[in-house]
Design a protein around this ligand. Structure first.
Ligand code: CP3
Length: 341
């Protein structure tokens, strides 16, 4: 069993396991080398040899406890007929946004699609990764993926997406159902290829009211988890409703997750007193403090570990590593966590 599976099965692991969101990325010089060789960001995701290589880079450099397969939550949008590109300095651009073309054609499938390449990358990576390290597969949650499909890219303002969902409620719910199906089969594919943990990213869960959170976050996420568990009941599921504040509790209780990833804004006493009673917690060192490094970072890690150490937990960040982060700060984090007894 790999380390995260042992933890999910109730085994005490000390010092706590460590892995970080976006641990493979532009802050690592060796990533940029492979990224340039691959050509585009999408080529990097879809070429198993390259994807596997960058997935393993942070493990080789820092000896982290888990690798997360290199891909992107938006790849799935290509499966519903949306043209996707990643532009330098801008990020994702989804050309045929749902707003322009609200009638989507054929219902997509994972089988036979480009997403199969991610399965191949997982297969290669599992064979190269040492037995005790976990390999995490992932997908985006339907609501977060939909925000990009509606907005056509990254936007800080979600009012347009929420309005579109309200104005087109029947199409919106059909689209969520399609994404639930696709995401569940995609996670199942990843597990059958060798992922031993899967994660669902709901990066924009925090912008919704309680009622919409129930319909667009909790319901689809629990459907995905239950479909995955029907096939792979023992595979731990991590889920991340970023920014959900007090709704984290409902999410932890109702979705069927095993591990809850928490953002850096969430109050650590709430995490300890409420969430740690419901699930294994992963988090929540701030990516900004990781960027700064030094004494402030150490102090935050210390508070984090002392707060959560009573129950099994995973040291992680509240969100992804920022691209300006010096790799040495990640090494410092790992060394400091491993010095705890
Ligand atoms: O190491 C890992 O965490 C695995 C790989 C991974 C990526 N994206 C690679 C990536 C994972 C798990 C994701 C998830 C993802 N992608 C999320 C959910 C987590 C989160 O960050 O909230 C979201 C919202 C996306 C969508 C996305 N992908 C955006 C908005 C961007 C542009 C912003 C940016 O950082 O540039 C991406 C691009 C992206 N995905 C990069 C990486 C390493 C950077 C692009 C590059 O290297 O050229």
């Amino acid at each position: 069993m790999t380390v995260l599976c042992k933890l999910a099965n109730g085994k005490k692991i000390w010092p706590p396991p460590i892995w970080l969101m976006r641990q493979a990325g532009r802050y690592l010089p060796e990533y940029n080398v492979v990224r340039n060789k691959a050509g585009s960001f999408l080529d990097l995701c879809y070429k198993p040899e390259y994807a596997s290589e960058v997935t393993l880079q942070p493990i080789e450099r820092f000896d982290l406890d888990a690798a997360i397969i290199f891909a992107d939550i938006l790849l799935i949008a290509q499966n519903v007929g949306i043209k996707l590109r990643f532009l330098e300095e801008i990020g994702p651009v989804l050309e045929k946004s749902l707003l322009d073309s609200p009638r989507l054609g054929k219902v997509a499938q994972v089988e036979g699609s480009k997403l199969m390449n991610i399965g191949d990358a997982i297969n290669l990576t599992r064979a190269r990764l040492s037995k005790e390290k976990s390999l995490i597969g992932f997908c985006g949650a339907p609501w977060t993926v939909m925000t990009y499909m509606i907005n056509g890219g990254s936007k800080k303002d979600f009012s347009q997406a929420i309005k579109w969902m309200d104005d087109n409620s029947s199409l919106a719910s059909d689209m969520i159902d399609i994404l639930v199906e696709l995401s569940a089969s995609y996670l199942i594919l990843q597990i059958s290829a060798g992922a031993d943990v899967v994660k669902i990213f709901d990066s924009w869960a925090g912008v919704l009211s309680k009622e919409k959170f129930d319909d667009w976050v909790i319901k689809p996420t629990s459907e995905i988890i239950s479909k995955v568990k029907q096939v792979y009941p023992d595979t731990p599921v991590i889920a991340f409703p970023k920014g959900a504040h007090k709704l984290y509790e409902k999410y932890a209780c109702e979705t069927g997750l095993n591990i809850i990833a928490v953002d850096s804004e969430l109050d650590r006493d709430f995490v300890k007193d409420i969430l740690q009673k419901k699930a294994i917690v992963q988090g929540n060192v701030s990516p900004n403090l990781l960027l700064k490094g030094g004494a402030e970072l150490k102090q935050d890690i210390e508070i984090n570990i002392n707060k959560f150490r009573g129950k099994p937990f995973i040291v992680g960040l509240g969100h992804g590593i920022l691209k300006e982060t010096p790799p040495q700060h990640v090494q410092d984090l790992v060394n400091f966590v491993r010095s705890f007894s």
